[in-house]
Write a protein that binds this ligand. Structure first.
Ligand code: AMP
Length: 283
């Protein structure tokens, strides 16, 4: 595996690879790799000749007061995991190289950046869309693999590619969980064992919501209320950031649930903010 630390070097590497006709997959991450990331790398390996893993804790997607500085980092461990899982190039730029002194260009996927995390994390998705578009321009991948764990992010990137006619195929990866059901996240590092157990309350409450949605007896507002009540009653240490239900295709909040429905939630526990979701097909 080759480690590439500058945009210039990455671009020149890609130029060489393009001449060979080899296909490239990009797996963008913020590092502190876990099985969720590794499953995306393995998926990328299956669909293309070359896998580029990027590790960049992107400052523009953190709001003031969020955990940019504290975000877990361990590049040596990540390097070893990347090698073990067959990454060809680890792109590990520094933030000055990505964002120059007078950096001023941002991209917004307007409609899909509303609701859920978009309503509670200021400019988060502007930062995400911008860094992903920059990474696409630097690496020029044929495929880019994103986890369904960040369902809104995945939807935004799909829309970015569609709206800006980008030549990259977005490949979704399934959510990887602990045996008990907790979605893996670099931020789980902030949790002790007791908190990890309590954090399962989000998953369990979303499963309850899924059941009610499939029974189709109640409308959106009532179902959200029930899920929130379940969390408050059974998991008192979880602080609800949001619980919401959207049409995943048009990103509308429709009281009558139809088509592909996204049930998503975010909770705080201790220092950590955790998200999870279930995509439900009502066809
Ligand atoms: P992050 O490093 O958290 O920015 O995530 C990088 C990529 O890994 C994103 O596409 C995430 O959706 C994906 N990812 C994070 N956690 C998981 C998980 N538990 N299962 C599958 N993909 C994940």
């Amino acid at each position: 595996m080759e480690i590439i630390r500058t945009v210039k070097e990455m671009k020149s590497k890609v130029k060489g690879l393009n001449k060979t006709g080899k296909t490239i997959s990009l797996v963008p991450t913020m590092g502190f790799l876990h099985e969720g990331h590794l499953s995306l790398i393995r998926k990328a390996k299956k669909i293309s000749d070359i896998v580029v893993l990027s590790i960049f804790v992107n400052p523009t997607q953190f709001s003031p007061g969020e955990d940019f500085e504290a975000y877990p980092r361990d590049i040596n461990r990540d390097e070893n995991l990347a090698i073990e899982n067959g990454v060809d190039y680890l792109f590990y730029p520094n933030k000055e190289d990505i964002y120059n002194n007078n950096y001023s260009t941002y991209v917004n996927v307007n409609k899909f950046s509303k609701y859920l995390c978009g309503d509670v994390r200021n400019n988060h998705f502007q930062g995400v869309s911008t860094i992903v578009l920059k990474l696409f321009n630097i690496v020029r991948p044929d495929y880019a693999v994103f986890g369904k764990k960040d369902a809104q992010q995945l939807r935004i990137i799909q829309k970015l590619v569609e709206d800006l006619n980008l030549d990259v195929e977005i490949v979704p990866g399934e959510i990887i969980r602990t045996s008990e059901g907790l979605a893996l996240s670099s931020r789980n590092k902030y949790l002790n064992d007791k908190q990890k157990k309590e954090a399962l309350g989000l998953r369990k409450s979303l499963i309850l919501g899924e059941k009610i949605i499939k029974e189709a007896k109640e409308n959106r507002t009532e179902i959200i209320k029930e899920i929130k009540q379940n969390i408050k009653q059974n998991y008192p240490n979880l602080r609800i950031d949001y619980i919401d239900i959207l049409n995943y295709e048009n990103w509308e909040k429709e009281e009558e649930l139809n088509g592909t429905v996204l049930l998503a939630g975010a909770v705080y526990i201790g220092k950590a903010r955790l998200i999870d979701n279930i995509l439900i097909s009502l066809y």
